[in-house]
Design a protein around this ligand. Structure first.
Ligand SMILES: C[S@@+](CC[C@H](N)C(=O)[O-])C[C@H]1O[C@@H](n2cnc3c(N)ncnc32)[C@H](O)[C@@H]1O
Length: 315
């Protein structure tokens, strides 16, 4: 089947966007990120894509235009716009790569511009100076812009990850669709063998659970209404505010990386390099995105609608 769109993935990480694009017949013509560890995971899973280790702080207008992609997908670092990252916005050094893209965008000639541009970030991005500059730039280049907040729980996934999404088009957007969610229980994402017999590296010492008390988000795998809090890059390192935990036969355990990948919507075939340490897997997954939510967002682009319907909260 011919691809409906070509896409350039900026800040591709481990390939959350690539996983979403795969099911929607979007062809990736370039995937850029500076992290060797993230790219090793990306290449293991999407070996046929043109992935390149690139510092986007140094990207040029000619390089970007050279991909001749219909869509640019951006997942820039979130820390500049998050409460925990101190919300420094464009003054945060980690925002320099996005600032560079904003700087070169006006230099791209009309014929080098993508038909569509989309961006994903934490909810705090909606109130940022970076967002204001991006929207101004897009409007000045005659794009129609639509923004919304979307959480996978609205799409029936029992895992919170509220995120800001922007889609911009210079040739129209599909009409907003009605709310339809198909709820799944947390248990259906879990590996029963792990709850029955968890490996020691997933177990959390009981004294830690007791110490944190009520604040420790411990879930019962059999609870049909259970949902996880957002898994952050600190899961496996920080005990609090980095994600949820599970009761298991002989105590309490962390979620395994492949269970988190399932909750994000990665396919069952998704793999990590054998040698990649557990903590690094959690870190990379915490930086990734909800594949399910991205598919919903992609359906707003004319030509990639695959007929699904979903829910959303327009800002
Ligand atoms: C929020 S994560 C996006 C993750 C991605 N969506 C995924 O599915 O894994 C931000 C990514 O930006 C990358 N990054 C940060 N600064 C960068 C820079 N200057 N140039 C290129 N990539 C950068 C990080 O390595 C990280 O993978």
């Amino acid at each position: 089947m011919p691809a409906s769109l070509t896409a350039l993935e900026l800040f591709c990480g481990i390939g959350g966007f690539a996983a979403a694009a795969e099911a929607m017949n979007v062809k990736i013509v370039g995937a850029l990120d500076q992290s060797p560890a993230a790219l090793a995971v990306y290449r293991l899973n999407f070996s046929e894509h043109n992935s390149r280790q690139t510092d986007l702080e140094k990207i040029t207008a000619a390089e970007l235009a050279g991909f001749a992609a219909d869509l640019w997908w951006l997942s820039p670092p979130c820390q500049p716009y998050s409460v925990r990252g101190h919300g420094l916005d464009l003054a945060d050094p980690r925002a320099r790569s996005l600032a560079r893209l904003l700087e070169v965008f006006p230099q791209i000639p009309e014929k080098g511009l993508p038909r569509y541009l989309a961006l994903e970030n934490v909810a705090g991005f909606a109130r940022s100076r970076a967002r204001e500059r991006l929207v101004d730039l897009l409007v000045s280049r005659k794009y129609e812009v639509r923004e919304r907040l979307l959480c996978p729980t609205e799409l029936g996934v029992p895992s919170r990850r509220p995120r800001y999404y922007l889609v911009a088009s210079c040739c129209g957007l599909a009409p907003a669709r009605p709310v339809v969610s198909c709820p799944h229980s947390l248990g259906s994402y879990l590996d029963p063998a792990l709850s029955e017999n968890p490996p020691p590296e997933l177990l959390v010492p009981t004294e830690v659970v007791t110490r944190f008390g009520e604040g420790f988000r411990l879930l019962d795998p059999a609870d049909p209404f259970a949902y996880t809090t957002c898994f952050t890059a600190g899961y496996g390192k920080s005990l609090m505010h980095a994600g949820s935990y599970l009761r298991c036969r002989n105590g309490e355990r962390r979620f395994a990386p492949h269970e988190i990948a399932r909750l994000l919507g990665f396919p069952e075939t998704f793999r990590f390099p054998e040698e990649l340490p557990l903590r690094k897997r959690w870190h990379l997954l915490g930086n990734s995105l909800s594949v399910v939510a991205v598919r919903d967002v992609l359906e707003e682009l004319p030509g990639v609608n695959n007929g699904r319907r979903s829910s959303s909260s327009e800002i």
